[in-house]
Design a protein around this ligand. Structure first.
Ligand SMILES: NC(=O)c1ccc[n+]([C@@H]2O[C@H](COP(=O)([O-])OP(=O)(O)OC[C@H]3O[C@@H](n4cnc5c(N)ncnc54)[C@H](OP(=O)(O)O)[C@@H]3O)[C@@H](O)[C@H]2O)c1
Length: 332
């Protein structure tokens, strides 16, 4: 009699969704769960994904349903035990931030951004967490300068109880970035360089964040305000031993320069402010997945706990620095 559509994947394809709902409506006994393929059938996820969205194979989906739900239950149990082993937010020391502090996460839809929001939301010291991304309200698209300015305006202008509250934040994390898209992968050699990839990467990793610095630095609380941009160790010029990944490396190196330059300027008007570039380590997210992130990366909440620990310890004298999740200072 009923059906439910549960969707875990962020790139919801509306036309598929509509087709599934329509199919389910014509099968009233079918309780339909749409689950990200990797959750229920990892070995041949791609094939089943195609079948799943074929529409014509709905009866096959119905036959498989008990098995799918069983797999899903197992997956949930595994997630529960994984999260139980993760550092609990209440044990994370964020004492350098005031009671009820306000945090903002830009790129809150990404693997690391989402984890920042979740960890901060459950931390007893954190009073407010605002997450911005391309589909939030207000929206923030790094490829759209006006959206960056108007998102900052919206937060600045809010009254108590609205999204902006006092309009100032004790902690601002910029957690957006791009390494690969449907159109490109990181370059392996000079022969792979193209203007299109260089420009697209720099727009998201460097130019957009530079405008985020412009519009969001004024939103830092004057007494205790920390702003971190997620950079990457591969953006270190001194540490570059392997080569390759031209656009990504260069965009992060340039981001580091933007951050350092902004830190010098902000210090003049806000001497307590702390602006840093932060390397999260290899984290298991969509960004790292094609490069064995799943096997070699850490879970995002673990990386976030480490990074928040580092940010908690930073003082004004550290502003303009490039730090790893371990707290180690990285070479430029
Ligand atoms: N994962 C790692 O191992 C690793 C290692 C070193 C550094 N980092 C850095 O950490 C940061 C977060 O990475 P992640 O692993 O969380 O990647 P992710 O899961 O792929 O998330 C990327 C985030 O960037 C956002 N984004 C991409 N293009 C955008 C645009 N034009 N406007 C606004 N937002 C945009 C995405 O938004 P949508 O959801 O709308 O696509 C998403 O929120 C990145 O800067 C990355 O370079 C990651």
């Amino acid at each position: 009699m009923s059906y439910a559509v549960v969707w875990f994947k962020r790139d919801l394809r509306l036309h598929d969704h509509a087709a599934l709902v329509d199919a389910a409506a014509h099968r009233p006994m079918l309780c339909l769960y749409v689950i990200e393929p990797s959750l229920w059938a990892p070995p041949d996820a791609a094939r089943q994904h195609d079948e799943f969205f074929g529409g014509a194979v709905m009866s096959e989906v119905a036959m498989r349903l008990p098995n799918l739900l069983h797999q899903y239950a197992k997956q949930l149990a595994a997630q529960d035990s994984a999260s139980a082993s993760q550092p609990h937010a209440s044990t994370l020391n964020l004492a350098s931030f005031p009671e009820g502090f306000r945090a903002l996460v830009i790129g809150a839809s990404g693997g690391i951004g989402q984890a920042f929001v979740q960890v901060l939301q459950t931390h007893p010291r954190c009073g407010t967490v605002v997450g911005l991304h391309r589909h939030s309200e207000p929206r923030l698209d790094l490829d759209d300068e006006a959206s960056i300015a108007s998102a900052a305006d919206a937060l600045r202008g809010g009254e108590n109880g609205e999204i902006g509250g006092s309009g100032k934040f004790h902690l601002i994390i910029h957690a957006a970035g791009v390494l690969h898209t449907a159109d490109f992968s990181p370059e392996k050699k000079m022969g792979d360089l193209s203007y299109a990839q260089l420009e697209a990467t720099f727009r998201v990793n460097t130019f957009g964040p530079a405008l985020v610095l412009r519009h969001f630095c004024p939103l830092l609380e004057p007494q205790r305000g920390v702003l971190a941009v997620l950079s990457a160790k591969v953006g270190s010029i001194e540490d570059n031993r392997l080569g390759g990944w031209y656009s990504y490396r260069a965009s992060k190196a340039a981001l580091n320069m933007m951050l350092k330059t902004a830190a010098i300027e902000v210090k003049r008007s806000n001497p307590h402010a702390v602006l840093v570039s932060l390397h999260p380590g290899t984290v298991n997210t969509g960004l790292s997945k094609p490069f064995k992130g799943e096997q070699i990366g850490r879970a995002a909440p673990d990386a976030v706990a480490d990074m928040l620990g580092v940010l908690n310890r930073l003082a004004a004298a550290d502003s303009g620095g490039f730090f790893a999740y371990s707290g180690q200072r990285l070479p430029w």
